[in-house]
Design a binder for this molecule. Structure first.
Ligand SMILES: Cc1ncc(COP(=O)(O)O)c(C=O)c1O
Length: 466
């Protein structure tokens, strides 16, 4: 698509969405204030500047987009992301490349990276999840899914034949990732609380005749925030004769608020008897406004020491595009060989080579500006808000419940379509949820419940799963 057709597409989208979707009550949501200056990009590339008309085109497309974003903001309740006010100090960094290329523990030769901040993050969160100082390793990922990929790659390097057990409530990326790695995913039923049913797990591994198992424990399932019980599932596996277990905790949203609440002894901590690796998203509880995440693993994997994430990943560099320069015609000493491949900064263990330095920077800012205490305070407020939301929904006669008293997620009967159009949220077999992240206010929840009550008065009394 040419830049002009992109602008046309955006304008077309804007015509249908921006003006018609504008909400009078949203106040500041409609007061777009992009800088009106000419694009600095023209100056930096030395290309001729756009004509004023062309510039107006894409600037107005951006304005319309910003209007729509702002208008949608007050109706965010159904997904765990929140939009934290972006510290203005960060904006200047987006005019600079920041590439955390390769091994997080080895700095590149260039300065445009944030690996020092990345290591600080790994250390900070490893402390939070109880990993011993000499037993931790990790990096900033593109999101929770890449964290699961990293954890499962590590598990596969240890037990390539083991199956991957996860609950039926696990995120779909778990089974997808297992298959991608050539591992067989096996879904285990959940119990009444929405947690992996450990009796079913034991029966399944017995019938598989498994001696080794990889388990992805979900720490906060996507719909109900149910938390798989790691000590119980380890116990069930031992009873079923499985001697070697690798547990990855998918703690995408709930891991941080629960660890802040439960302390270093969280059952899904990074220690013997806990989990071997753990991942979470940076754009959920932590409020980074673009997808990112962190994976942390215990560094000491076995008697023989650390296990690489994916030894086979080096092969990915071997394919040659059809229009590649014929290296054989070039001076041969410049040709990389299998014995001596091009390594800009040792990246044998990672899925990606170039990685976002801005993600590490934004995560680090959230981590430092709130601090552990501040994040704990935010988590407490969110929990109180979730209790308020649950109580108010019940008072309004709308079926609602939380899977445990520390959950920030309130499950509710799916609202009528008219409400969902304004307040988008997932709907699975008649159930939906609201997620109390730090950006949500009591006022927003009350407005949602008022909209719900106005749209529909249910006749049923609230029902809770037993
Ligand atoms: C429990 C759970 N795991 C994994 C993911 C995937 O995380 P991400 O979207 O950051 O890749 C999600 C996303 O919603 C999730 O809810």
């Amino acid at each position: 698509m040419s830049p002009r057709s992109i602008v046309r597409a955006l304008r077309a989208e804007g015509a249908g969405g921006a003006s018609s979707g504008r909400i009078a009550a949203s106040g500041s949501a409609t007061s777009a204030s992009l800088p009106a200056s000419a694009s600095p990009w023209d100056a930096s590339t030395g290309l001729a500047a756009h004509s004023p008309t062309e510039r107006d085109d894409w600037l107005s497309a951006l304005h319309a987009r910003l209007d729509r974003l702002r208008a949608a903001e007050p109706f965010k309740l159904g997904y765990p992301g929140w939009s934290a006010t972006f510290p203005p100090e960060l904006l200047a960094f987006f005019s600079h490349e920041l590439n955390n290329y390769g091994d997080p523990e080895e700095d590149p030769v260039f300065d445009w990276h944030t690996k020092d901040l990345e290591r600080e993050l790994v250390d900070g969160f490893a402390d939070l999840f109880g990993a011993a100082p000499a037993d931790r390793w990790g990096y900033v990922t593109s999101g929770g899914s890449e964290g699961i990929l990293a954890g499962l790659s590590r598990a596969r390097a240890r037990w390539p034949q083991a199956r991957v057990y996860h609950s039926t409530a696990a995120h779909s990326c778990v089974a997808r990732t297992a298959r991608l790695l050539g591992l067989q995913p096996v879904a285990i039923a959940t119990d009444a609380r929405g947690e992996m049913d450990t009796d079913c797990l034991a029966r399944q591994v017995r019938s598989d005749g498994a001696r080794q198992a990889i388990v992805v424990a979900t720490i906060g399932t996507t719909l109900t925030e149910a938390v798989d019980d790691v000590p119980r599932l380890r116990h069930a596996l031992r009873q079923a004769g499985v001697s070697a277990v690798y547990v990855h905790a998918d703690a995408a949203f709930a891991g941080i608020p629960l660890a802040l609440r439960w302390g270093r002894e969280v059952p899904f901590g990074l220690r013997p008897g806990g989990v071997d690796s753990l991942s979470f998203s940076g754009h959920k509880f932590l409020g980074v406004p673009f997808p990112c995440g962190l994976v942390i693993a215990r560094a000491v994997q076995s008697e023989d020491g650390a296990v690489p994430l994916d030894p086979a990943s080096d092969d990915l560099t071997a394919s040659t595009p059809s229009n590649a320069v014929d290296m054989a015609a070039q001076p041969t000493d410049a040709n990389p060989s299998d014995d001596d491949p091009v390594r800009l900064c040792g990246a044998p263990d990672l899925v990606s080579s170039s990685r976002s330095g801005h993600a590490a920077l934004a995560l680090w800012v959230q981590w430092r500006r709130f601090g552990r205490e501040g994040l704990a305070e935010l988590a407490t407020r969110c929990r109180e808000l979730a209790a308020h939301a649950e109580a108010q929904l019940k008072r309004a006669g709308w079926p609602a419940w939380r899977s445990h008293p520390d959950a920030l997620t309130v499950v509710l009967r799916t609202p009528p379509a008219a409400v969902l159009r304004r307040w988008p949220m997932p709907a699975v077999r008649g159930w939906s949820h609201i997620v109390c992240t730090p950006g949500v206010t009591a006022e927003r929840i009350d407005q949602f419940i008022a909209a719900l009550s106005a749209a529909h008065q249910p006749e049923e009394t609230p029902c809770e799963p037993s």
